[in-house]
Design a protein around this ligand. Structure first.
Ligand SMILES: Cc1cc2nc3c(=O)[nH]c(=O)nc-3n(C[C@H](O)[C@H](O)[C@H](O)COP(=O)(O)OP(=O)(O)OC[C@H]3O[C@@H](n4cnc5c(N)ncnc54)[C@H](O)[C@@H]3O)c2cc1C
Length: 324
């Protein structure tokens, strides 16, 4: 029986583990992938918007030669922190469901066993649950909601759906590695939140015809090798397509959260919790990090999500001392 099971080894889960270790709790971090599994799947070498000191955990300095670390720098940093603190992990293990209550939780794993814990923190982020277009063919194997690597797409036709940072950065990366890229966005303009040092690069590639940008355009259907688009005037066109990346955002997995008994706030899709302790309506079951924003992943970033662990461990130790 653990004092604390931490589900997810992203920055929030790791910060919680460091706080738990500091308080002498018997804890375990379980992740369905490896360490910082979400960031490890981001576009490789994508520069973060945040500067490194905002991404630090456990008081370990994050030193990089550039102003902004890349996704690879981040994974390596978090790996180093985990080694420095000697954190307890179990990888390649998904938590499928959680039952019970404070003092006697039981978490069922994808490996068919259960883990018993007095308290649980869910720090699973939102990256596993992409928003969907809801069009036919979205489930085809050449259509993905995650972009990581440009190399397979040299001299291939790639369609990107989206008008924010992820879409624009993926488009540039793919074009620089020899892909033929079209970006489709339903809006009249790209997002105003695009990184200021990326936008001119993208706009110039569109101007010189290197990347095709179709605004006020929606996807009607994906078929093997073909994307069917509809423009603002209602004109339908077919485009040869080897790969599609639908980079339109992600949101917390409310099905998993409500399956654990956590109430979901209807307007935001956020798990109901006390912001002081991060405890949900299920006593002993806590939330931390990016998933706290529900459908809005511009609420919790690493810089605020990394503080949740200390709040949670303080709450658990308070309950322990009352229980003695
Ligand atoms: C493209 C992009 C760029 C970003 N840039 C920035 C930035 O510049 N600055 C910033 O602060 N934030 C940035 N963010 C947001 C940042 O990545 C998230 O806020 C942060 O990763 C959330 O941390 P977390 O620990 O809550 O969750 P995550 O980092 O998502 O980690 C969740 C972990 O849980 C694991 N997991 C999920 N489900 C299960 C399960 N059922 N069982 C076991 N394990 C599970 C996953 O494998 C993963 O390792 C960016 C996000 C994206 C998508």
């Amino acid at each position: 029986m653990l004092d604390l099971l931490i589900v997810g080894s992203g920055p929030a889960g790791l910060a919680t583990a460091i706080a738990a270790a500091g308080a002498g709790l018997d804890y375990l971090v379980v992740d369905k992938d490896g360490i910082a599994g979400s960031i490890a799947r981001f576009q490789r070498d994508m520069p973060f918007f945040s500067t490194p000191e905002l991404l630090e955990i456990g008081g370990i300095p994050f030193i990089v030669p550039n102003m902004r670390p890349t996704s690879l720098d981040c994974v390596n940093y978090y790996r180093g922190v985990a080694v420095r603190y000697g954190l307890n992990f179990r990888f390649d293990t998904q938590i499928a469901s959680i039952g019970g209550g404070r003092g006697a939780f039981s978490a069922e794993t994808s490996k068919g066993d259960t883990i018993a814990a007095r308290n649980i923190v869910i720090a699973t982020g939102y990256y596993n649950t992409p928003k969907k277009l809801g069009v036919p063919g979205e489930e085809l194997p050449h259509v993905s909601s995650w972009y990581n690597d440009p190399l397979p797409w040299f001299e291939r036709n790639v369609l990107i759906v989206g008008g924010k940072n992820s879409a624009v950065e993926a488009a540039l990366d793919l074009w620089r590695h020899g892909a033929r890229v079209r970006v489709v966005h339903r809006g009249e303009k790209l997002s105003t939140g695009i990184k200021y040092w990326i936008l001119p690069d993208f706009e110039n590639r569109v101007k010189d015809g290197s990347i095709v940008l179709s605004l006020k355009t929606t996807v009607q259907e994906f078929r093997p090798g073909v994307s069917v688009l509809r423009d603002g005037a209602g004109k339908v066109s077919e485009h040869p397509t080897d790969a599609v990346f639908t980079l339109i955002g992600y949101e917390a997995d409310t099905r998993f959260l409500s399956g654990c008994g956590i109430d979901i706030v209807e307007e935001t899709g956020a798990p109901r919790h006390d912001p002081g302790t991060m405890e949900t309506n299920v006593p002993g079951l806590y939330v931390a990090g990016g998933l706290v924003g529900g459908r809005f992943n511009n609420v919790v970033f690493i810089e605020n999500g990394r503080r949740h662990g200390k709040q949670i461990v303080d709450s658990i130790t308070r309950h322990r001392s009352v229980g003695r």
